[in-house]
Design a protein around this ligand. Sequence first.
Ligand SMILES: C[S@@+](CC[C@H](N)C(=O)[O-])C[C@H]1O[C@@H](n2cnc3c(N)ncnc32)[C@H](O)[C@@H]1O
Length: 441
Amino acid sequence: MAPASTDLLYNEVIAAYEEEESKITIRNLLDKVTYASPVNFRESMQTARHRWFPYKEGFSPTFVRSFLKEFVPSAGQVIFDPFSGVATTLLEASRLGYSAYGFEVSPMSYSIAKTKAMVVDASNLAAFDQWIKFFTTDSLADSSHPPDHSTVISYFEESFLSALLSVKAFFLKIPDPNIQALFRLAFLNCLERYSTHRKAGNGLKRKTRLAYGTALESPLEQVRQTIISDLNRFKADLIQEPTLAAFSLEQGSCLDEELYPEGILFDAVLTSPPYANCFDYSKIYLVELWMGDFFTNQQSQKSFRSDSLRSHVHARWPDRHSNFGHELINDQIFQFLSDQPMWSSQIPTMIKGYFDDMGRLLSILSNRCRVGATVGLVVGNSYYGSLPIATDLLLTMIGRKYSFEPVRIDIYRNVVVSSQQFIQAKHPKYMRESLVILRKI
Ligand SMILES: C[S@@+](CC[C@H](N)C(=O)[O-])C[C@H]1O[C@@H](n2cnc3c(N)ncnc32)[C@H](O)[C@@H]1O
């Protein structure tokens, strides 16, 4: 039986959640499994430009548009996404005539977002077409260097790795940076298909069946055909929508206040931070980051991790931004988690660090949002040692410290947890993904 003090801590945390919930409007949208759900990349895969890369953590464009329609009625207003990812918010906002700003720490996601924002004219399109033709008939006899990462190399059969490196050697020679970027994106897109591993949960797992194309074609021809078909999709979208209002995206951490644009106040923020669920983007996109030359040595992976929000246990961060979080986390939650046996002893520090970082962001946003601005945060709650970490409620509590009042929480989805966690969970209602809506007062 757990010691009484542990039970006491647990009960105090749940009582604090319940008290917070009693003060907030909560909309349960669990039955509405539609494109309007915030994180649903299936819709993006059918939408021009968004379909250029499957970022599974990305927003659905319909969700972005409905948020903007409800909370930012006039075009021309300023929208900000501190965790831009592949820029679903920024792209949709600029399509609707808003000014859009964002940050993204991953060099890969940043590069994909920039490519998706490309503006072309007829001569650019003709040149792109010409390069697709060269690629179709080229012997692809050259090869580029494999990445300096033995695990990444081991995730490909030799013949497919060699085919991919030949394709890479071809596109690295394209002098036009926009055309090279489109080829690189098609290359990134096909890596998982031709790898022996696939993305699964928080990491990469060996595929049980290697579903490559027809065995009649050589690996090189299979890869070439996949890339050509992608390039033609990009071309079709560019023909349909050659120009796009510009948005401003910086590569860097949203926790670095010096990077923020001077003299601009945001009218709304719509974002989704990494969840506090130990998902490490540098692990899940390991193959793309190294094969795409976004990481070239261990240091590049290290600095990406240290600039990221503290949402996993694969890095050691300094104790930055302490006291930006909340005493419920620093005292009861930290103590409760520290007393539990867990698969990583880093979890209590990670949780504290996560909310210190999010508190730091809200403190920056408090200076950068105009009074009345709406902040929408899509977050997933997590569970550690039978304790729900109700990120949505903890963020409304932290928000109050920085002059943000809660407007509403919309619950969209139940978060799938392991069967062991489900059995342990005394309060399964907190296993959810939701949109937290705050207003700057
Ligand atoms: C859930 S994804 C956002 C997806 C985005 N809504 C979209 O539609 O593409 C979270 C993103 O935050 C980025 N990120 C993590 N820490 C960051 C930081 N400190 N500053 C900026 N971006 C960060 C990750 O690289 C990841 O792309």
